[in-house]
Design a protein around this ligand. Sequence first.
Ligand code: UDP
Length: 324
Amino acid sequence: MKNILVVGGAGYIGSHTVKMLRAQGYSPVVYDNLSKGHRQAVEEVPFEEGDLGDKARLAEVFAKHHIEAVMHFAAFIEVGESVKEPSKYYHNNVAKVLNLLDTMKENGIKYFVFSSTAATFGEPVQPKINETHPQQPINPYGNSKLMVEKMLEDFDQAYGLKSVALRYFNASGADDSGLIGESHSPETHLIPLVLQAAAGKRPSIKVFGSDYPTPDGTCVRDYVHVNDLARAHILALEKMEKENKSLRYNLGSGSGFSVAELIKEAKEITGIDFKVEYEERRAGDPAVLVADPAKAQAELGWTPQYNLKQIIATAWNWEKNRRF
Ligand code: UDP
């Protein structure tokens, strides 16, 4: 199985996965409407512009490239926006994915890799979140991703469509080449914002909340490098195909770092003492979110290869010379 349609392949995690698929001998084809993605991120691969909601276009692309599996990255990802505009999230992240799955079914494509999220778990009930942790999202973004996980279970049972759902913790970092990296508009993620403060592109970094029940009062997150995520996609795709079964994995390092710790590391790595301002908590942020990656380690042989310093260093390399 070599011909993979990467939906949302011009985006952040999609483009890193496309690069790794190519390096491992796959033939990825990017399908993207460029509403968020960047054409420059995938200059060297077949590119098909199109929308997830367009069944005829999807069917045409499936046939043209003899597609055997679909990796799906095209989603809206901002928790705060999802609270204000849930309709947008249910349309794009749920209804259009149903459209994609139906088109796959109609065209006999049986393998699907889905970008899910730690946000499907909601408030943690244990220190590290494993795959048996209850899934009770606390915002429309998490709901939208969990709904697709449920649809995938039903599609497997009824139609034999096999899927992998990968619940990412905090995707971060950039490819070592410096040619691709994170570029959201607006940017809401901590690491790019911190590094933009270091680069003088922003006046300061604002820390959202310093009264959380954590050792230093700031939120703790599990940062996982985008290339480690990309590698997990390929390992999981291969296992799903070999065993012809659906799989679920939580992808994080298993280690948590606070916002304050991350800022300290960033100051050391960049050598720049940028301004830090403490603000109110941001709505919808759990105090601590850390993965238990034991299942992915045991079943996929997957262990993250980049630590926090390397994540920040690669993101800094990208930030200084970003192409888009
Ligand atoms: N955060 C912050 N300032 C910012 C952006 C984020 O303090 O400008 C905090 C946020 O409250 C959370 C952590 O950094 O505790 C990671 O946030 P991010 O949006 O990067 O990822 P999330 O954990 O929401 O997926």
